[in-house]
Design a protein around this ligand. Structure first.
Ligand SMILES: Cc1cc2nc3c(=O)[nH]c(=O)nc-3n(C[C@H](O)[C@H](O)[C@H](O)COP(=O)(O)OP(=O)(O)OC[C@H]3O[C@@H](n4cnc5c(N)ncnc54)[C@H](O)[C@@H]3O)c2cc1C
Length: 330
C-alpha cells in the first residue's frame, strides 16, 4: 500500500529491497511485477502477505548466446561492505559427443568465510541461461557452497555433464575458501587488497593460452569403470589406495585401466587439469607398488600441494616390505 490509503502500487513503479543486502532495490522485471500484483490482490481481499524481496534474477538471449544473473556480483558485494570471493569456471551445456553441445561459463560469488552463496552469472549456449535458477534458489535459501555441492541435481548426457556446472563452480569456491594462500586466490574485503582475477590472469598468459589449445586437441582420457578404494574424499582432494599391479597414469591419452582412468568416473575435472595424460597426480609409485595417492581436485589445490612439497611442508613416506628370504643384490 502506498502512503495514500487504499491505493496500491506494484511492478515497475515500485522500489523494493534486495534479498542479500537488505538495501532498497529498484529492479524492473515482469517476475517481480507479477508476484507483487498477486500479493496486492490477495491483500486487497483480506490477506496479509509481504513481498519477500528481489535478487534481480534475469536471463536473456543475444543471438545464440544466453546470459543470466542473480544476486550480487563481486563488485556489488564489495560495495555493500561484504567480504566475498568469486570463481569462474567453464563447462559444457551437455556431454561432448552431442553435435549441439556448446560451452558455458559460470561465475559464482560467495561470502568469506561462511561460504554463503551471494550471487552468480552465466554466459553460454542453448539452455545455459535458465540454470541461473539453481543459483537463485541457493541464494534465497542462504545455502553455502558445500550445501550446493551436495544438492541432488538431475543428470543425463543430453542435459549436462555428470557434475552440474553450478556445482563445479561451488566446488572450486570450496577449494578457494580452504586454500586462502593459493596464488590464484582472488578476494576482496576490508582486510585484503584486491587480488587479480585468476581467470583473467589465465587468459592473458600467452603460455597458458597455448597450453589450453593443446588441451583442446588432446582427446579426453577414457573412463574405466572400476571399484576404487578411496580412503578420503573431501572438497579439495581425494586420497585413493592404489592397488598393486595398477599403474597410476595411462601411458598415452587413450590408455585404460589405470588409477586415473578409474578416478575419472567421479572426477571428470581431472581430465582438464593438465596438458598431459598424468593430470592432478604427482607420485613415484610403480605399477607393482601399493600406495596412497593424493589427488588434487583443482589446479589451485594442485599448485598449493606442489608448493607445500617444494617448501618441504609435506613429505612422502614409503614403507618397503622385504620377504625374509630376499637376498641383497651386491
Ligand atoms: C523490451 C523489454 C523486454 C523485457 N523483457 C523482460 C523479460 O524477459 N523478463 C522480465 O522479467 N522482464 C522483462 N521486461 C520488464 C517487464 O516487461 C516489466 O518489468 C513489467 O512489464 C512491469 O510490469 P508492470 O505491470 O509494472 O508495468 P507495465 O507492464 O509497463 O504495465 C503498465 C501498464 O499501465 C499502462 N498505463 C500507463 N500509464 C497509464 C495511465 N495513465 N492510465 C492507464 N494506463 C496506463 C501502460 O500502458 C501499461 O499497459 C522487459 C521490458 C522491456 C521494455
Amino acid at each position: 500500500m502506498t502512503e495514500t490509503p487504499h491505493v496500491w502500487a506494484v511492478g515497475d513503479v515500485t522500489e523494493t529491497h534486495h534479498l542479500v543486502t537488505g538495501l532498497p532495490a529498484y529492479i524492473a522485471l515482469a517476475t517481480v511485477a507479477n508476484k507483487q500484483g498477486r500479493i496486492a490482490g490477495m491483500n486487497l481481499s483480506g490477506a496479509s502477505i509481504a513481498f519477500a524481496g528481489v535478487l534481480g534474477t534475469a536471463t536473456t538471449r543475444v543471438g545464440t548466446t544466453e546470459v543470466a544473473r542473480t544476486g550480487l556480483t563481486l563488485a556489488e558485494a564489495t560495495a555493500a561492505g561484504m567480504n566475498a570471493l568469486e570463481t569462474r569456471i567453464q563447462a559444457d551445456t551437455k556431454l561432448g559427443y552431442f553435435a549441439d553441445v556448446s560451452p558455458m561459463t559460470v561465475k559464482l560469488v560467495a561470502e568469506i568465510p561462511t561460504g554463503r552463496i551471494l550471487g552468480g552469472q552465466i554466459v553460454g549456449g542453448s539452455s545455459s541461461g535458465k540454470q541461473i535458477d539453481t543459483i537463485a534458489t541457493a541464494v534465497t535459501a542462504h545455502m553455502t557452497v558445500t550445501q550446493v555441492v551436495h544438492l541432488d541435481l538431475a543428470y543425463a548426457p543430453a542435459f549436462s555433464d555428470v557434475w552440474d556446472p553450478v556445482q563445479i563452480a561451488a566446488r572450486t569456491l570450496i577449494s578457494k575458501l580452504q586454500w586462502p594462500h593459493s596464488s590464484s586466490y582472488a578476494m576482496t574485503g576490508r582486510h585484503l587488497n584486491r587480488a587479480r582475477d585468476p581467470y583473467d590472469t589465465y587468459l592473458k598468459s600467452t603460455k597458458l593460452e597455448r597450453e589450453k589449445k593443446i588441451v583442446e586437441k588432446i582427446p579426453k582420457i577414457p573412463v574405466t569403470p572400476m571399484a576404487l578404494n578411496l580412503w578420503y574424499e573431501g572438497p579439495a582432494f581425494v586420497v585413493a589406495d592404489k592397488p598393486r599391479g595398477m599403474a597410476v597414469h595411462p601411458e598415452a591419452t587413450d590408455g585404460i585401466d589405470t588409477l586415473v582412468n578409474g578416478l575419472l568416473q567421479s572426477n571428470r575435472w581431472l581430465a582438464d587439469m593438465e596438458t598431459s595424460h598424468s593430470p592432478g597426480v604427482i607420485h613415484w609409485l610403480m605399477p607393482m607398488d601399493r600406495g596412497l595417492v593424493l589427488v588434487a581436485k583443482s589446479d589451485e589445490v594442485a599448485d598449493t600441494l606442489r608448493q607445500l612439497y617444494r617448501d618441504q611442508a609435506i613429505t612422502f613416506s614409503y614403507r618397503v616390505r622385504m620377504p625374509r628370504e630376499a637376498t641383497p643384490i651386491l
